[in-house]
Unconditional design. Structure first.
Length: 233
């Protein structure tokens, strides 16, 4: 996936959402971590949730019942084409879509120095939507230990079945000065005497309507041809 060209990307405002990679020793129907954008549309071709809004509710979902405590959960926002004045705001809240009896504590944004020292899982750092972004903002979300909410699989639709219980952290996101945002989340799980990192499988991503590489080539060629015709005139 390539970065949207400036002439197109000004129309894009959306977010990527993530889940978690199953540990080799565990076979679970629901990922340990997921992110859902309330009201987003599922794009079956790209297997991604898409929203065009600059304000939305972002859910970070931890399947605590099946996987146990998920510690030190972090959230990354990857920004595309930032303006000189850009910002991302996360406000904790509750949702009425599911029983959600607790409001999460405020996320702690990492400083530039803390972010530079951050150990980012390879599956996140090499993910195209993260790797091709212009900048990144990181937050600590704390530990996921609660089982107070029903948990389902948010892969391609809002679940109709909720076979597990866990923690749902909802944040109202608003942003300015970016053409698009992409979110990743990861954390740690202790199992079999070791600490393992859980992060996003591609099947649980959600994101922006960034044009496919082939589309970008066609559009870029059309823009170049139009510019050439203008110069000749």
């Amino acid at each position: 996936m390539r970065k949207p060209p400036p002439v197109l990307s000004r129309t894009i405002a959306a977010v990527l959402a993530v889940g978690s990679l199953a540990l080799p020793q565990a076979v679970q129907a629901i990922p340990a971590l997921q992110i859902y954008i309330d009201g987003a549309t599922w794009d079956a071709t790209r297997e991604t949730w898409v929203t065009q809004s600059r304000e939305f509710d972002l859910w970070v979902i931890g399947d605590v019942e099946d996987w146990g405590h998920i510690s030190d959960v972090k959230l990354a926002a990857s920004g595309y084409n930032p303006a000189a004045d850009h910002s991302i705001t996360l406000t904790p809240k509750q949702t009425d879509r599911l029983p959600d009896p607790s409001t999460p504590s405020g996320p702690v944004q990492l400083t530039r120095e803390q972010a530079a020292a951050l150990a980012i899982p390879t599956a996140v750092s090499q993910h195209d939507e993260f790797r091709l972004a212009d900048d990144h903002t990181f937050w600590k979300l704390g530990n996921f230990t609660s089982k107070d909410s029903p948990i389902g699989d948010f892969q391609d639709a809002f679940p109709t079945r909720f076979p597990s219980r866990g923690q749902i952290n909802v944040y109202h996101v608003s942003f300015t000065g970016y053409d698009a945002l992409h979110f990743d989340a990861w954390g740690n799980i202790v199992g079999n005497g070791r600490i393992s990192v859980v992060f996003a499988p591609n099947s649980h991503d959600a994101g922006t309507a960034i044009p496919e590489p082939g589309t970008l080539v066609l559009v870029a060629g059309g823009l170049a041809a139009a510019a050439w015709r203008r110069r000749r005139r």
